[in-house]
Design a protein around this ligand. Structure first.
Ligand SMILES: Nc1ncnc2c1ncn2[C@@H]1O[C@H](COP(=O)(O)OP(=O)(O)O)[C@@H](O)[C@H]1O
Ligand SMILES: [Mg+2]
Length: 182
């Protein structure tokens, strides 16, 4: 399962982020339990702090929550649909960074694919991927060639850096000491 997210498995075709050569890599598989979401969120926060990517933490935490929540739902539905009485498969997620952008990838065992709703919809559900779309520079999904299920991923970078600068320096992208952006 985790090998579906290993950097060696994610180079090449359409829909797959090309992060194999990025120097910063971390990953975790979690049981399909409600605690998976806060665990993934905390892990993301800790890893991004260690990588010196504090500006990406807020958006990355929200995106990880949405993607892991969806993966959890998908894993539980997939297990119950199979009717075999097997426990749901774990969820695996990885973080990859080149020092500026972080790519979040979340694998689950379900072959069902994500479908983003509309930003102007009044529906109570279907907002998670709209939020991902708003916070991420890009997002997509793919079926790994070496595992079943699929990976949903998002790249967090430019938008988060801009939001962080704007919050830190009162709406201006320039630093108050004139030294330019961080
Ligand atoms: N990992 C996933 N596996 C299967 N289906 C997914 C996955 N993520 C999202 N989806 C599908 O896309 C829809 C929209 O997801 P989302 O925007 O998060 O809204 P919500 O989770 O509230 O339904 C979900 O209802 C589901 O049908
Ligand atoms: Mg959702």
């Amino acid at each position: 399962m985790y090998s579906a997210l290993h950097p060696a498995a994610v180079s090449g075709d359409g829909g797959i982020p090309e992060v194999a050569n990025w120097p910063l890599q971390a990953g975790l598989c979690l049981g399909a339990l409600p605690g998976a979401v806060p665990c993934a969120r905390l892990h993301t926060k800790n890893v991004l702090h260690e990588w010196g990517l504090k500006a990406l933490v807020d958006h990355a935490e929200v995106v990880v929550s949405e993607l892991v929540t969806n993966a959890l739902d998908a894993s539980l539905s997939h297990a119950s649909r199979s009717g075999l009485g097997e426990p749901p498969m774990p969820i695996c997620f990885s973080l990859s960074s080149d020092g500026r952008t972080v790519v979040i990838q979340v694998w689950d065992a379900s072959p069902e694919i994500p479908t983003a709703g509309s930003a102007d919809s009044d529906a109570d559900s279907g907002r998670g991927l709209v939020i991902v779309q708003a916070l991420a520079d890009t997002w997509n999904w793919y079926q790994p060639h070496n595992a079943s299920g699929k990976v949903v991923w998002a790249a967090i970078g430019t938008k988060s850096q801009a939001a962080h600068r704007s919050t830190a320096y009162g709406g201006s992208a320039a630093r108050p000491d004139g030294a330019g952006p961080e």
